[in-house]
Design a protein around this ligand. Structure first.
Ligand code: PLP
Length: 395
């Protein structure tokens, strides 16, 4: 009997309301089934969890601090706490999932890892754990992103990964994901580490589980700092939704905690240059799941746009499609310039340069009023070193 029970509103087939499931070609059926079995077997395994916890602590540097931002709190007239995922090894939350998934791959006897990457953060996290565990690593990356994100490409290569530029579509994240899935079809003995809470079941549930350490820590840190485990708000940005899933996880069933997801509006929700999938998307299937998708009336994917390479994805994890449609989470769209302003504000008032993705979550503080006695936790999903060129152009 499994002790494990997901705290997510997910059923056995991986549906969150009408979103989710596993829409995959015949040839992947066996792989996905095998992955599902392994995940449910090891998720409860003490030895597995001890190894995962040890690496999160001694390698990643967890727990990441929960920091009360005094100057920001004063400025906005409320109590703002920052969850510092930017301080993790490799600079973002992605490493939590990369480690959990690679440990699972190891248990399954896999020696070759496939990953897709957009901005390169997931590629770097995956290349890092492959070096750590002595595994072969192939990372698919759109040729446009290979150009835009050279430092991360160089990091991956130094770590020993093979970076495969993808030249289909507009040569960004969606195209890289297609190519990674194609590789997996050709090489069923490989393990595909997906970078967000997207893809066919069990990926969204599994990635959310590995990221749920974020909200687990928030609860115990709040208890120490303010004497209660729950804040009034948790705010996070959503690309595919993994950092938000991790930050929301242990609060989803506590309706007193309000959840706010920030998606990338690009140049504006109605500008035609946006990545605000929940605002402009409609139901469809992308990368193996039924969810909201940016698409034309006849089902062609619309190319997304955001200043932040980590958020320009034309889909959204099924969990977030469900949380938004059921009203459990409030979704706000944040434009490029609002995110840039928020990044500058955090940098100059707290001395923390956030990732452009995380700046979308911080921008909520400008768009929403909070009361003096309320407690607002903002997940700072990553650090801004990779975005300095963009910031400097803007200043
Ligand atoms: C990849 C990334 C994101 C977006 O991905 P999610 O799965 O939605 O979390 C957000 N922030 C940072 C720093 C990232 O690297």
């Amino acid at each position: 009997m499994n002790k494990y029970q997901s705290l997510l509103p997910v059923d056995e087939d991986g549906y969150y309301g009408r979103f989710g499931g596993a829409y995959i070609p015949e040839i992947l059926q066996k792989n996905v089934e095998e992955l599902k079995k392994a995940f449910y077997r090891y998720v409860d395994d003490d030895e597995f969890n001890d190894e995962f916890d040890r690496l999160l602590r001694d390698y990643v540097g967890r727990p990441s601090p929960l920091y009360r931002a005094d100057r920001l709190s004063e400025h906005y007239g409320t109590n703002i706490y920052l969850k510092r995922e930017d301080l993790n090894h490799t600079g973002a939350h992605k490493i939590n999932n990369a480690i959990g998934s690679a440990l699972l791959a190891k248990r399954m006897g896999k020696r070759r890892i496939i990953a897709e990457t957009g901005a390169g953060q997931h590629g770097v996290a995956t290349a890092t754990v492959c070096a750590l565990m002595g595994m072969e690593c192939v990372v698919y990356m759109g040729a446009t992103d290979v150009e835009r994100q050279q430092p991360n490409v160089e990091r991956m290569r130094m770590l020993g990964a093979r970076v495969e530029p993808v030249r289909s579509g507009n040569m960004t994240l969606k195209d890289a994901t297609n190519e990674a899935i194609r590789d997996w079809c050709r090489n069923p003995d490989s393990f595909y580490i997906i970078g967000s809470t997207v893809g066919p079941h069990p990926y969204p549930e599994m990635v959310a589980h590995f990221q749920s350490v974020i909200s687990k820590e928030i609860r115990s840190q709040l208890l120490c700092q303010i004497g209660r485990e729950t804040p009034d708000y948790v705010v996070a940005c959503v690309g595919g939704g993994s950092n938000a899933a991790g930050a929301f996880y242990h609060f989803i069933n506590e309706t007193g905690v309000r959840l706010i997801a920030a998606e990338a509006a690009g140049k504006g929700v109605d500008s035609g240059e946006t990545a605000a999938t929940i605002h402009v998307g409609s139901e469809g299937i992308i990368h193996g799941a039924r969810t909201l998708v940016m698409q034309t009336a006849d089902g062609q994917i619309v190319e997304p746009y955001s200043i932040s390479a980590g958020l320009d994805y034309p889909g959204i994890g099924p969990l977030h499609a469900f949380l938004a449609s059921s009203g459990r989470a409030e979704v706000m769209a944040v434009t490029d310039s609002e995110a840039l302003d928020a990044a500058m504000k955090l940098t100059r008032s707290e001395g923390i340069i956030p990732a452009l993705e995380s700046a979308h979550a911080l921008a909520i503080l400008d768009k929403r009023r909070f009361k003096r006695d309320e407690v607002v936790v903002v997940n700072v999903s990553g650090r801004g070193d990779k975005d300095l060129q963009t910031y400097l152009r803007y200043v």
